[in-house]
Ligand binder design. Structure first.
Ligand SMILES: NC(=O)c1ccc[n+]([C@@H]2O[C@H](COP(=O)([O-])OP(=O)(O)OC[C@H]3O[C@@H](n4cnc5c(N)ncnc54)[C@H](OP(=O)(O)O)[C@@H]3O)[C@@H](O)[C@H]2O)c1
Length: 299
């Protein structure tokens, strides 16, 4: 880890004292070279969302290309675009809100903007033990839908039930279509790709919707196109990178209000010192994050 000069706020920027920086798979993918601008800006500071203080007032920070097209938030103090800062009421839990924006906005947009979730939907959330999955299960239940969560690990089943899922499917890609056949989902959220996508296209009901927002398993996907069009299945892609800042602010304010009402929580994993960012990346890659991982630059 390097020591950095204290940042200076340029026009249109503010200085944020970071309390907790959240670690996302995107930080890992950017560190591996794609997507983002890390390679052209070495040495690179990852981190696209954090909680902290501006002039002593609690805030969260996200967007503005932070940790993607410009240096990020894995540091104790950062100069950031003013419009990437959202003020919070005092007394808010800075750990809970640090990891809310990326997973919360993704889950909301996947379910509502892309998936048009309705109370009579039968929703399958793949990767339901993960950061996005946990929030997606909670939001789909809040929308009144019947929700099944998928995990590859028996050990993760209880946390998915704890988030409110009606049923947990413990299965890899093989056998998944059979396990979902009776449920016949009307809406599937897919962060995995690979053979998982093939399985869910097979199990989707007539006029089902598939929302894809990640390919943690494999970006190369093969599925039966005839099966897809004969069932009139619709496939939507969600990309946070292309999100509209004003839409996202609106969604974030709504999610913060749900959190304040106790209607939404972020399932936290460990809080690690900044020096252990590499350990956090390894845990994400090895599927042992155990909840949203945070870095504490002041530890
Ligand atoms: N499009 C966007 O804007 C956007 C925004 C946020 C996230 N994402 C993407 O969405 C995905 C999920 O993000 P997240 O924050 O929820 O990640 P996460 O917290 O690491 O959770 C993902 C879950 O998926 C399962 N999983 C991971 N790798 C897998 C593999 N190779 N095969 C099968 N299952 C696997 C794991 O569950 P089990 O171990 O319990 O099976 C893991 O808990 C990532 O690919 C991320 O890059 C995209």
């Amino acid at each position: 880890m390097d020591s950095l000069e204290d940042p200076v706020a340029a026009d249109g920027e503010v200085l944020v004292d970071i309390a907790y920086a959240s670690v996302n798979p995107l930080d890992v993918w950017i560190g591996q070279g794609s997507p983002g601008m890390a390679g052209a800006n070495l040495p690179w500071i990852p981190g696209s969302e954090a909680s902290g203080h501006v002039d002593g007032q609690p805030v969260i920070v996200r967007g503005g290309g932070l940790g993607f097209s410009r240096q990020g938030l894995f540091r104790d103090r950062a100069s950031v675009p003013s419009d990437s800062v959202l003020q919070l009421p005092s007394g808010v839990d800075l750990r809970q809100v640090a990891g809310l924006a990326v997973v919360g906005i993704t889950a909301w947009q996947a379910l509502h903007a892309c998936g048009s979730v309705q109370p009579d939907d039968r929703v399958v959330v793949l990767g339901a033990s993960g950061g996005v999955g946990s929030v997606a299960v909670q939001l789909a239940k809040a929308a009144g839908a019947t929700v099944w969560g998928q995990t590859g690990s028996d050990a993760n089943a209880a946390v998915i039930t704890g988030d409110g899922a009606d049923h947990v499917v413990v299965s890899g890609a093989e056998g998944l279509a059979t396990r979902l056949a009776d449920f016949a989902p009307t809406l599937v959220l897919d962060p995995l790709g690979g053979a998982y996508t093939d399985a869910v296209v097979t199990s989707l009901s007539n006029r089902g919707r598939l929302v894809v927002y990640g390919t943690s398993e494999n970006e190369q996907v093969t599925f039966n196109m005839r099966q897809m069009y004969r069932k009139a299945v619709s496939i939507f892609g969600y990309s946070g990178i292309l999100g509209s800042p004003s839409d996202e602010r609106q969604v974030l304010s709504m999610l913060l209000a749900m959190m304040a009402d106790g209607a939404l929580h972020i399932r936290l994993g460990d809080v690690l010192p900044l020096e252990e960012a590499g350990e956090a990346f390894s845990r994400i890659l090895q599927r042992r994050a155990g909840g949203k991982l945070l870095l504490d630059p002041n530890a």
